[in-house]
Design a protein around this ligand. Structure first.
Ligand code: KG4
Ligand code: ZN
Length: 366
């Protein structure tokens, strides 16, 4: 396993040259970076052939958060059956697989190692290339699985349980981080606030559902770091503010919904203000919103409205591909494979892995 110090995720000297293949290529995608086991088969010409997912949410709920060791063990149990299910659904045998793309990071190291070891082993057994995929590259390319894919260059707002970042995407593989969170990720702030108010795990979707019934204007909430220039985020102050409101409140059902609504509105406004700045700064015409919080309907509606007002196109993955899935990994792996890239024979798993260290697909554009 390579660690962060010597990142060479793609050796750029694959024996696989797509031109020589003279046909479409089918990539098996494997995602095991956290608490979802995701598998997919993607065909470079006809698109997504099959995908399957097992969410461990029900398993971790009793602990109030992801237990890494349990996550790894469950990936071991579910991964091979899900791969077989995908092959069955697509009506294909193993010999149809041209390459295996697996999430190599960032994420929980034990969980990543399950996908890495399995993916690498399948590739080795089939004598096919393997591609180590960056989880956040998977998220930011996920809207390209849709009928109207965004065009590069675009700005991506990546909002998940572990990350909140704005990225300028000049081309696939050419990423410039414009801003990121200094503390909690947006999804993490949703989850922690939901837990505080007794909404269980993972709280993001539950808090969002409750917010729909509340009055966002009853309590005042800050829009953190919007009163100063820059594109970084910070959600821990908002979380603390919400905690204080909740602890000092009557903690009734109406109050819970009103606090949820006010909190959600504050997160949505903050993300929207920063997106507007990023779009102005880069002069991009397309905004991509991806990652689990991208499933938040209030965020989608607000950004759509902002897009109409400012003349940007806003692209999202379908709801099921906002959260972790194998399709985005198969797609991202396929793009690198088609560019002649694949990974060396070693196992790669990186708990941390900066997105802007990925190699471009082609010579960087001017
Ligand atoms: O991308 P993802 O599946 O996993 C990571 O890579 O982290 O994102 C999961 C996060 C969780 O924090 C979850 O609470 C949040 O996305 N999430 C939501 C919604 N659906 C999922 N947050 C707010 N509103 C939602 N509808
Ligand atoms: Zn994710």
């Amino acid at each position: 396993m390579r660690c962060c110090g010597s990142l060479r995720p793609h050796d750029l000297q694959s024996p696989f040259t797509p031109a020589r293949q003279n046909r479409s290529v089918i990539v098996l995608g494997i995602e095991t970076s956290c608490d979802e086991t995701g598998v997919a088969l993607y065909d470079s010409v006809s698109g997504l052939l099959a995908h399957a997912l097992f969410s461990q949410v029900g398993i971790h709920a009793q602990y109030g958060g992801v237990v890494p060791e349990i996550a790894s063990r469950d990936h071991v149990r579910k991964l091979l059956p899900l791969i077989n299910q995908c092959l069955d659904d697509a009506g294909l045998g193993r010999d149809a697989i041209d390459a295996v793309a697996y999430t190599a990071g960032p994420g929980l190291i034990g969980a990543l190692l399950v996908g890495t070891a399995t993916g690498r082993s399948i590739a080795m057994a089939l004598d096919k290339p393997a591609i180590a995929v960056h989880h956040m590259e998977g998220h930011l390319l996920a809207p390209m699985l849709e009928a109207e894919p965004p065009e590069c260059p675009f700005v991506a707002l990546l909002v998940s349980g572990g990350h909140t970042m704005l990225v300028e995407v000049r081309a696939i593989g050419e990423y410039r981080i414009l801003g990121e969170t200094l503390d909690d990720a947006a999804g993490e702030a949703f989850d922690k606030t939901a837990k505080l108010m007794g909404l269980g795990y993972p709280g993001g979707p539950a808090l969002a559902a409750l917010a729909g019934q509340g009055d966002a204007g009853r309590f005042a909430f800050p829009r953190p770091m919007t009163d100063r220039p820059g594109l970084d985020f910070s959600f821990s102050g908002l979380k603390t503010h919400t905690r204080r409101l909740w602890v000092e409140s009557d903690q009734g059902d109406v109050t819970r919904a009103d606090i949820a609504a006010g909190f959600q509105q504050a997160v949505v406004d903050t993300l929207t203000i920063k997106c507007r700045r990023a779009m102005q700064q880069t002069r991009a015409q397309h905004l991509v919103v991806a990652g689990g919080v991208g499933a938040n309907l209030a965020l989608r509606q607000t950004l759509k409205k902002a897009g109409r007002k400012h003349g940007w196109k806003v692209a999202y993955p379908r709801l099921e591909f906002c959260t972790d899935n194998g399709a985005m990994i198969a797609f991202a792996g396929c793009q690198r494979l088609l560019a002649g890239q694949s990974s060396g024979p070693g196992l790669q798993a990186h708990a941390r892995w900066p997105l802007d260290q990925l190699p471009p697909l082609e010579a960087p554009s001017a």
